[in-house]
Ligand binder design. Sequence first.
Ligand code: GLN
Length: 483
Amino acid sequence: MHNKTIAELAKGLRSGEFSSVELTTAFLGRIKQHSSLNAYITVTEDLALQEAEAADARLAKGKAELLTGIPIAQKDIFCTEGVKTTCGSKILDNFIAPYNATVVDKFNSAGAVMLGKLNMDEFAMGSSNETSYYGAVKNPWDINTVPGGSSGGSAAAVAARLAVCATGTDTGGSIRQPAALCGITGLKPTYGRVSRYGMIAYASSLDQGGPMTRSAEDAAIMLQTMAGFDEKDSTSVDLPVPDYMAGLSNSLEGLKIGLPKEFFGEGLNSDVAAALEAAINEYRKLGAQVTEISMPTLKLAIPAYYVIAPAECSANLSRFDGVRFGYRCENPVDLTDLYTRSRGEGFGKEVKRRILMGTYALSAGYYDAYYIKAQKIRRLISEDFKKALSEVDVIMGPVTPSTAFGIGEKIGNPIEMYLSDIYTIAINLAGVPAMSVPAGFAKGMPVGLQIIGNYFAEGRLLNIAYQYQQVTDWHQQAPKGFE
Ligand code: GLN
């Protein structure tokens, strides 16, 4: 049962082959059996079984949607009413959200069953899931390696079949990078496509939630539920949501693919490059035309991002002050002591590093030199994407420079860790959508192909990924021991 896709499970639920309670019980059993992966922070067993019963009743009435009765899991960055929502941080270890994120509400209305809340890097800052207060997550393909981050729990859970699918969020690569390292499908939508209401903010102008699934078809089903205007999020875009399933079977004949030469140079592991080359050849066979392009500003993305994202996080995280909610230090002597010790004891090292960098970049005297300069670079990067995407339909490239690295290997070296997002960060600065699609293995570890499209071209990206998944079976492979 646990190897089936959403569409297959939906059929089984409708035909009465199994019930949602049976399906949910099976997944809850797997979560217990594989708890050493540390993919979940909270398992909501009782709630899941109640939701499964409600879903079975709805199925019996013939009022089900595709997601009704399907066991899914939420990244612990999405607020869930009455359920602990930690964002991977000690400062929110005791936080029970008083309301649902819009995304969570949407899954509830669709009748999906929530299995629990998934582990993540603290406040989504990281590329390895090692900054979580709840400990590192293990990559099911090799438990000595990281699953990627910050949505590492989501990627590991989907790859290990501990949830049918999961939500993730992506500020600089956090859906695509863990999807690539765990061999699953991940989609970061256009900025504004999915509501950020109730999604704990890291860098508000970059954050975007999206689906993490085994197949492109499942991603289409999830996005259909997640996407859309929300009056509670002033940056969500008021555009109709297309029928993502309907476009999946379109032909790729004549599709123009651009390969930026900056993506395939030094720094890209040769095993990864070989897998990508084979994937691009499959696209040639499917009728695509492939050309080399140049995007000279890509190299500026990491330095610009590490000014803008910390600047925004330093403002967003000021609300965690020990007064209103979350962790409070013991016996504060005065207000300053309360603030400084609550934050000092509540936040981890990486989060503090970002707050310091951001506060510095925003302070008088440095604002023009760093923050304004980074914003100008951001504009240039967007222009580069606009130009490239007027010449080709989509851009393809790697998601990560290498396959999953060892737990502990990069955590002591922030610069090296930051470089693991070198191919994903520019996409967030531009705000365009992008996917990571399983594209083979290098020495037994999964490799992801990145497909980047124009604003609101999620449907086209899903179509391009789906067609590739009709002629390859990388996305169906399960890690050993989790089949
Ligand atoms: N690794 C990047 C960071 O640490 C991106 C994280 C993300 O997309 N949330 O900021």
